[in-house]
Design a protein around this ligand. Structure first.
Ligand SMILES: [Zn+2]
Length: 267
């Protein structure tokens, strides 16, 4: 079959025309989505007074950074649903969850929790059967979902509130779980966060983990013994310490503090 030169010219231009159309559609789609997100963001109210009183990380930011933090909190709540399972969830609980999500990635401007759609809130600690009452091994304060719970995080409301209330105990359950999610975003929850750690630092980081675990095992460390469970738990526990008591961590463990600053302070 033969085609005229004009027809051939038109046919040869089809991929080009398709490419231009896709580019225009993408531009239109993202600008519309952006506008819609901004409008929806305005419908979420953030109590600045509540953040000031309850979120130490926020309190320490300058005015411009505080604005950014509030925007990030709204953006998180726009994309992640928070559901109370056996308890009510107040707006202030949602603010605490969003704050715990924003704190570790605050200096990474384009970060989105791609692996999270919903946070399920239980009244208290749960057991492996997700029961939050009774005395049957209820020792789970938070959990990053897997299998049928993929894309979900489970949190105890009591532990969530306690984590922000006590600002001297080096622990914060919600931040701990978000650290696991960040760790998991490279495919493995193994304590080696590919997204935060330059390849050059992987071996020194693993060596540091082993060194610190030995100190904890010998009772020569103020880091929680829970950190010796495995490398993923070590990373989550020391990151809690880093965000809750940065000055103390720097004083007691300067090399660990420097490594975590390298990871989280993307400025
Ligand atoms: Zn953990």
């Amino acid at each position: 079959m033969f085609a005229s030169p004009e027809k051939n010219k038109i046919i040869s231009m089809i991929p080009f025309i398709m490419l231009i159309s896709i580019a225009f559609f993408a531009l239109w789609f993202f600008s519309t989505t952006n506008k819609r997100d901004k409008t929806l963001q305005q419908s979420i109210t953030v109590s600045v007074d509540f953040l000031e009183e309850n979120v130490l990380f926020y309190k320490r930011l300058d005015a411009e950074e505080k604005d950014q933090f509030e925007t990030d909190v709204k953006d998180f709540l726009l994309h992640v649903t928070v559901t109370g399972i056996d308890t009510t969830v107040a707006d202030t609980d949602k603010l605490l969850i969003a704050s715990a999500a924003v704190i570790p990635i605050f200096y990474f401007k384009q970060w989105k929790y791609q692996n999270l759609r919903e946070v399920l809130v239980y009244s208290d600690a749960i057991n492996m059967n997700f029961e939050s009452s009774g005395n049957t091994n209820r020792d789970i304060l938070g959990m990053v979902g897997a299998g049928s719970f993929e894309g979900k995080m489970l949190l105890s409301k009591h532990a969530l509130q306690q984590g922000f209330k006590n600002q001297t105990d080096k622990s914060n359950t919600a931040i701990h779980e978000f650290i696991h999610l960040i760790d998991k975003s490279d495919g493995d929850m193994d304590g080696i966060p590919g997204v935060l750690l330059d390849k050059l630092y992987v071996i020194p980081w693993i060596n540091m983990i082993h060194e610190q675990m030995q100190q904890i095992a010998k009772n020569k460390s103020d880091i929680s013994p829970y950190a010796t469970m495995n490398k993923a738990e070590f990373f989550a526990v020391v990151a809690e310490y880093f965000f809750e008591r940065p000055a103390l961590l720097e004083e007691k463990h300067p090399r660990l503090y420097a490594m975590l600053s390298e990871m989280f302070d993307g400025r």
